[in-house]
Design a protein around this ligand. Structure first.
Ligand code: NAP
Length: 215
């Protein structure tokens, strides 16, 4: 059965999944790149940038596993871009250039409708205004029996956690303190929601923690 998986989601020691004040100049929020430092050294990241080289250790292997068996993605609108409110036009096509790294249908949660956007390499952004259950149903149907990956950002992951809809959650816990930003677990009782830590694997620049929902 198709699972809903969060993979490679970076958090600081103090539980932030993004820095504050996301915008065009700070796609990950202020100081957000400190969260992704574990990923920037990997062969996978370099390949995504069209570069050779990169490290092939634990961090890279776990990041690569996160792309295996995925038939569709779900993103929040802020992960798709920095524009807030009604779309002024259809110019913004995501942070990732002409060929985004998804290569599947990608369901973007938003309150502001927009026609689907087909990109090179098989990615199609489809904008969903009917909420998280509708996005999951559409993504599951599109995934054709494969898993659905929930990419983020923080507000979107929190909604799916609160509804206990995420089957597996891989966190890359970075040894940094952000102090402020988007708090992943604020006011969420993960135990009561049925989550438990299944395993943890020390990587080169992050501690990889795998949570699974029981039942
Ligand atoms: N730590 C990591 O590994 C990681 C991974 C991915 C992203 N991020 C970071 O996370 C940050 C973005 O996270 P975020 O918490 O600001 O926002 P987000 O979850 O990406 O998007 C939130 C927005 O999506 C729309 N949305 C969400 N749920 C909806 C619903 N149920 N119905 C309709 N629309 C809905 C709303 O936009 P509208 O109302 O404006 O339409 C909402 O403001 C970025 O800085 C990004 O880089 C971090």
């Amino acid at each position: 059965m198709s699972k809903l998986r969060v993979q490679s989601f970076a958090v600081s020691i103090d539980g932030f999944g993004a820095g504050p004040n996301q915008g065009l100049q700070n796609p990950l929020g202020v100081r957000g790149p400190e969260l992704m430092e574990w990923f920037f050294h990997t062969r996978l990241w370099k390949k995504m940038q069209g570069q050779d080289g990169g490290e092939t250790g634990i961090d890279c292997q776990i990041a690569e596993q996160g792309f295996a068996g995925i038939g569709a993605w779900i993103l929040g609108r802020n992960m798709f871009g920095p524009i807030r409110g009604p779309w002024p036009d259809e110019e913004w096509k995501g942070w990732w250039g002409d060929e985004p790294p998804y290569h599947t249908p990608v369901f973007v949660l938003t309150h502001h409708p927009r026609p689907p956007l087909r990109m090179a390499g098989g990615t199609e952004f489809r904008f969903v205004t009917e909420g998280i259950h509708a996005a999951l149903a559409q993504a599951t149907a599109a995934a054709g029996g494969l898993d659905v990956r929930l990419g983020g950002g923080v507000a979107t992951v929190r909604q799916y956690l609160r509804a206990a809809l995420i089957d597996e959650l891989h966190l890359a816990i970075r040894p940094v303190l952000l102090g402020t930003g988007e708090d992943l677990f604020d006011d969420l009782d993960m135990r009561a929601l049925g989550y438990a830590c299944e395993k943890f694997v020390p990587g080169e620049r992050a501690m990889h923690v795998f949570l699974r929902k029981s039942g």
